[in-house]
Design a protein around this ligand. Structure first.
Ligand code: GLU
Length: 487
């Protein structure tokens, strides 16, 4: 079979995890089966249209490195790929449905249409189909009064509609449970989602409709429209829901959901792709790490699960760390630099000196960095003053100002020579000093760390001192001593 699949976002909001999951499954299925991946913009809802979200679609997928074979920007043989540029086609097929008796003109007032919309969103009761069997001469009166028409689909009043779904198997709906005669063409001449979606999937020769399970209630209606037009529907493939850890549909309450947020928090695109691709798909029970290239090869419909997928932020955080540790130093430098620039930690572009320091600092943070966004806070002390701290911050637990002063004075000359020795040698030296002072190694290192970086959490201490240089490091110890003396 010639696989042609599409991602069909409506530009009404930012790209979020659910949408990106749909896009990735379509993309990987196209790649693994030698098919085509298509982007189609479903912008028929003019009231909710938001131009920014169009840009967001492009930004999100270019950040992820996912490209479509056909779409508004790259073209293709089945264009245009933006529904607002295809209005004529939808009117043509609405007309065909009227002529074949599968649809009819209705003259509902704006108020009635509003409640019909609420009903589509599951809020209202049913539409009463009042124009379905109205004789033409009665309809004429509405026309004469200048009331604008919409085109409604005639959903059969009895029987059921059955279709096959690759994930769910045979799905059957009683027609009386299908949306009662939904609008296909609105009075502004624009189609609704239902008509445009069916017409385009057919004309674009889409082989599989892969989308989130929340679209299931629309599927029987779509099947009815396909059949009314004399077309064979594509294969359906409804993807399991994505939930938060409380079993509720993933939403802002659980944490970041838009890709923009993940991007600015400092996730790597490959970690996101890896994680999101496993929300409802697995290769086997064990394997968790997949490169994009591997997914392009291994993805298959058979392994999509029916059960809801749980979005686990901790797991994603772990995976991001795995991907960060796998990067070369140069790649991590490139990934971290925009965050350093944006936070003002280095200039944009950085001075040669700062670029060099940052390059040298990368191996120091690579092991423990979870998000790229944390890099400026971890490394800020190398590019400016240490973070602000109070005298109390310098005191190890249970130690007095005097005892801490004693420690800082004892280590000051040692700090000066840290860069000349290996980490092991330094550790031994500081350990014997701790013994000499009758205290723990940690009680020695903690005030030095605060003095030098301004934070309890920093990259490994000896490496940090080495990068900062003996001169500056000693000055900072001196400043801490003076602060404690002024107490
Ligand atoms: N435009 C719909 C959406 O926003 C597409 C649903 C489908 O794939 O059929 O998700």
């Amino acid at each position: 079979m010639n696989v042609r699949v599409r991602y069909a976002p409506s530009p009404t909001g930012l790209q979020h995890i659910g949408g990106v999951r749909t896009a990735l499954f379509n993309y990987f299925f196209a790649r693994s089966s030698g098919g085509r991946f298509i982007l189609r913009i479903e912008d028929t809802d003019r009231e909710r249209y938001d131009e920014k979200s169009l840009q967001d679609i492009h930004d999100t997928f270019s950040w992820l490195g996912i490209r479509w074979d056909e779409g508004p920007d790259v073209g293709g043989d089945y264009g245009p790929y933006v529904q607002s540029e295809r209005s004529g086609l939808y009117r043509e097929y609405a007309q065909k449905l009227i002529e074949s008796g599968h649809a009819y003109y209705a003259y509902d007032t704006a108020q009635e249409l509003l409640s019909a919309r609420e009903e589509q969103e599951g809020k209202g009761s049913g539409y009463d189909r009042r124009f379905r069997d109205m004789p033409e001469d009665e309809k004429e009166e509405y026309r004469n009064r200048g009331i604008q028409s919409v085109v409604r689909f005639k959903v059969p009043l009895d029987g059921s509609t059955t279709f096959h779904d690759s994930v769910l198997g045979e799905v059957s709906w009683a027609n009386e449970d299908v949306n009662p005669d939904p609008v296909l063409l609105k009075s502004d001449g624009y189609p609704t989602y239902h008509l445009a979606n069916v017409v385009d999937d057919h004309l674009m020769e889409i082989s599989h409709i892969m989308r989130a399970q929340e679209w299931i209630p629309s599927a029987p209606l779509h099947v009815l429209i396909y059949r009314a037009l004399g077309w064979e529907p594509p294969e359906f493939c409804h993807l399991p829901l994505v939930m938060g850890d409380d079993g509720q549909k993933l939403s802002k309450r659980h944490g970041a959901t838009s890709l923009l947020e993940f991007r600015s928090a400092g996730y790597l695109p490959d970690a996101i792709i890896n994680y999101v691709s496993r929300l409802g798909w697995s290769y086997d029970d064990k394997r968790e790490i997949f490169s994009t290239a591997e997914l392009e090869e291994l993805f298959s419909l058979e392994k999509i699960s029916k059960a809801p997928a749980i979005f686990d932020y901790k797991k994603l955080e772990w995976l991001n760390g795995v991907y960060i540790r796998e990067l070369s130093s140069d790649a991590l430098y490139d990934a971290v630099l925009p965050f350093m620039e944006e936070s003002g930690t280095v200039g944009n572009p950085p001075t040669d000196d700062h670029a060099r320091i940052l390059r040298d600092a990368i191996p120091l943070i690579q092991e423990r960095l979870k998000y790229l966004k944390d890099a400026p806070a971890m490394l800020g002390f190398l590019f400016g003053e240490p973070g602000a701290y109070s005298p109390e911050d310098l005191l190890p637990k249970k130690l007095t100002v005097e005892e801490t002063l004693g420690i800082l004075q004892a280590v000051k000359p040692m700090v000066r020579v840290v860069p000349d020795m290996s980490d092991d040698e330094n550790e031994q030296k500081f350990r014997s000093m701790a013994d000499e002072l009758g205290t723990k190694l940690g009680n020695l290192l903690m005030p030095i760390r605060i003095a030098i970086t301004g934070s309890r959490i920093s990259p490994p201490l000896f490496g940090s001192i080495r990068l900062l240089g003996a001169e500056l490091a000693t000055e900072r110890i001196e400043a801490a001593i003076n602060l404690l003396k002024s107490q």
